[in-house]
Design a protein around this ligand. Structure first.
Ligand code: DGY
Length: 329
């Protein structure tokens, strides 16, 4: 019987599947993230841990769990919170939940894009504060979409799903990626360099993972390349944008607006972002649909149970460890 620790309760079939297994399962009983001390105490002796994207899974975490730790199953597609190299060194399989949250996240990118361009939250606030005094020819004029250029930065599943939706608005598509992607080309998207995309686009949507290379990919210099009428959308990870530089750009009119679902110091949000009327700010809702969270739940639990039973997880981040451990069935 293996010991499993779940760092925070998740909806859907994942927890019942873990409880139905023959393993000893403990779940964080609080409806909040654990402090580092609580987390490290909870995982002590665990063979597998089901983690959240806010958990710092570093060498100290792995030491706290102990040498028997075999699997870290992250309840997210992103795994920038996990030190994968350290886990691989220790033959710990790291798993994630790709695929099932693609459409939900693409829909949130479009919620932000449409919402910020058409000033939906400003309009909503106007109504709620009794500021609507009737239609006027100049009230809350926003940006158009049809025929405009959308640049997708990062050509993975979510970027593609965002691009696909843009065909409904007859937008011109550009994408930024290290190599050509047939699926984007089939949509008529043109592959361009990042700086060229920033200069040309009316809308820029970020879909890169957070790595040392993408941290502050969008900094003050790159924001200055964008058109003053352009909008920046981020549903990837907060630190991809230099948030202070973004606040300056929004306040000075360097760009027209930003729609954000993720933040540099999550859950803290740079106070300047909320001061700007030209932002639409969501609290990391990308995958927040009932069906998506349920599918993530199934994947995260199954990944972990597979590793514990000696079989191949559905989605491992470090496949080299899966092979080395002979988890092939
Ligand atoms: C992920 O899975 O990485 C998302 O950010 C969670 O919504």
């Amino acid at each position: 019987m293996a010991k499993i620790f779940v760092t925070r309760s998740i909806p859907g079939p994942g927890l019942p599947a873990l409880h139905d297994s023959s393993h000893d399962v403990a779940v964080n009983p609080n409806d909040r993230a654990l402090t580092t001390t609580e987390l490290h105490a909870g995982i002590a002796g665990a063979d597998a841990v089901l983690t959240q994207l806010g958990d710092k899974v570093d060498a100290a975490f792995m030491n706290a769990a102990g040498p028997q730790l075999r699997c870290i199953s992250n309840y997210a597609v992103g795994y920038n919170n996990v030190d994968v190299a350290e886990a691989s060194k220790r033959n710990i399989v790291v798993c994630n939940t790709p695929g099932v949250l693609t459409d939900a996240t693409a829909d949130i990118a479009w919620t932000l894009l449409l919402g910020v361009a058409r000033r939906a939250s400003e309009g909503d606030r106007m109504i709620r504060t009794n500021g609507f005094e009737g239609w006027t020819p100049t009230m809350l004029l926003g940006g158009d979409l049809v025929g405009k250029t959308l640049a997708i930065i990062g050509a993975g599943r979510i970027g593609y799903a965002v691009a696909k939706r843009a065909t409904g608005w007859d937008m011109k598509l550009q994408y930024v990626a290290r190599s050509a992607h047939g699926d984007f080309e089939a949509l008529g998207a043109e592959r361009v360099e990042l700086d060229a995309a920033l200069r040309a686009a009316d809308y820029v949507s970020l879909h890169v993972p957070l790595t040392d290379q993408t941290r502050h990919l969008i900094d003050a210099a790159r924001l200055k390349l964008m058109k003053p009428t352009a909008y920046l959308i981020n549903t990837a990870r907060g630190p991809v944008i230099d948030e202070s530089a973004l606040v300056d750009a929004l306040k000075s009119g360097t760009i027209a607006g930003a729609g954000l679902d993720v933040y540099e110091q999550e859950p803290k949000v740079h106070p300047g972002l909320a001061e700007c009327a030209n932002t639409l700010l969501l609290p990391h809702l990308g995958s927040a649909t009932i069906q998506t969270r349920s599918e993530m739940s199934h994947l995260a639990a199954q990944n972990l149970l597979n590793v514990l039973s000696g079989s191949r997880p559905l989605h491992a981040v470090n496949d080299d460890v899966v092979t080395r451990l002979g988890l092939t069935a």
